[in-house]
Design a binder for this molecule. Structure first.
Ligand SMILES: NC(=O)c1ccc[n+]([C@@H]2O[C@H](COP(=O)([O-])OP(=O)(O)OC[C@H]3O[C@@H](n4cnc5c(N)ncnc54)[C@H](O)[C@@H]3O)[C@@H](O)[C@H]2O)c1
Length: 320
């Protein structure tokens, strides 16, 4: 049986990946320090280690005999990283160096890394492709780019996946917890009968709000499965892929979708812009489509619907 280690397995994306792999009969070993993840996200049947990924020595035992590592643990708060850069570098760069060192020590040969479209910064051409210029504008983005480089120069087989904005839910009540991401901001406001605040209305975009490329977490999971298959079909792999839907959607459009599905009980308003927020970014994932044979299947409606459903399930569980 294949064994894959998932770092960040208690997080939003890592838990979706590990649960899906387990359902497919793959042995999954999870690692997380719960800095932002939740115990309740872990599958009860999964082998799990409560560990900081910077503890390279302990990782060695866990990585022994593993087919590969899905490295999803990290600090993900791009805007916040401007005020706490040391957190981004410690968890994303040092953490990745530690993961790679442990892999090399025990001969674990394959890594799939959760990178980010933030490495492109404010794009000069759209859609952004993997050969677009790299211009990280926050410590978070810089730490992700340096982590990619640490992986590339390590000599192990790698696939770095540059996620665009990951949203939605694929499993029961598991959802993005971040207080800084659009979907949880909207759902928290709705749950607490408050007005959701959009960051920025003066961007140079048609409706004045920022344009992003949203991708369903289920499509992120399927890209990992395709990446794992890619390692099996090729002796040496080293590449970077965008994971995006390829569509620019404004924050206002997202809000309108939520309003349509949540009804009159949902309202929104505007607040100031955040540092390091580009006005418009969307990506081309044609490379992943042609080389990994991956194609995203979910649209914006699926993303919004599944996010609402996950929150409703969570509220039901809480009230029992
Ligand atoms: N969510 C997105 O839209 C998005 C976009 C681009 C990239 N990413 C990247 O994908 C990865 C997963 O994102 P997510 O949305 O699931 O975030 P998340 O915060 O829900 O999950 C990250 C997990 O990593 C764990 N972790 C953090 N530092 C750790 C450390 N030093 N040792 C052990 N565990 C640690 C956290 O406890 C958490 O469970 C992150 O690396 C993030 O930067 C996410």
């Amino acid at each position: 049986m294949e064994k894959w280690v998932v770092t960040g397995s208690a997080g939003y994306i890592g838990s979706h990946i590990s649960r899906t792999l387990l359902e497919r009969g793959i042995m999954v070993v999870g690692v997380d320090n719960f800095s932002s993840g939740l115990i309740s996200n872990l599958h009860p049947a999964m082998e799990f280690h409560n560990l900081d990924i910077r503890d390279s020595e302990s990782l060695e035992n866990i990585f022994r005999n593993a087919t590969g590592v899905i490295h999803s643990a990290g600090y993900k708060f791009a805007a916040l990283s401007v005020n706490e850069p040391e957190e981004a570098f410690a968890n994303n760069l040092e953490g990745t160096e530690s993961v790679v060192a442990a892999m090399k020590k025990v001969g674990c040969q394959n890594i799939i890394f959760s990178s980010s479209c933030a490495v492109y910064g404010t794009p000069t051409h759209l859609p952004v492709t993997e050969s677009s210029s790299l211009s990280p504008e926050t410590p978070y983005a810089e730490s992700k780019l340096l982590a990619e480089e640490a992986i590339r120069s390590s000599g192990i087989n790698y696939i770095s996946l540059r996620f665009f904005n990951v949203v939605g839910s694929g499993i029961d009540n598991i959802e993005d917890q971040s207080k800084h991401n659009l979907f949880p901001i909207i759902l928290d406001a709705w749950q607490n009968n408050q007005i959701a605040r959009i960051t920025g209305k003066n961007f140079p975009t048609p409706d004045g709000t920022a344009i992003r490329d949203y991708i369903h977490v289920d499509d992120i999971v399927s890209a990992h499965i395709k990446s794992m298959e890619h390692f099996n079909s090729k002796p040496e792999v080293g590449n970077v892929y965008n994971l995006s839907l390829g569509e620019g959607v404004s924050v206002l459009q997202v809000m309108e979708n939520f309003k349509e599905m949540l009804g009159r009980s949902f309202n929104f308003d505007y607040m100031g812009m955040r540092e390091g927020d580009p006005s418009c970014i969307y990506g081309s994932a044609l490379l992943a489509q042609s080389q990994l044979h991956w194609k995203p299947k979910k649209n914006l409606k699926d993303m919004v619907e599944s996010a609402i459903s996950a929150r409703r399930t969570k509220l039901k569980i809480k009230s029992v």
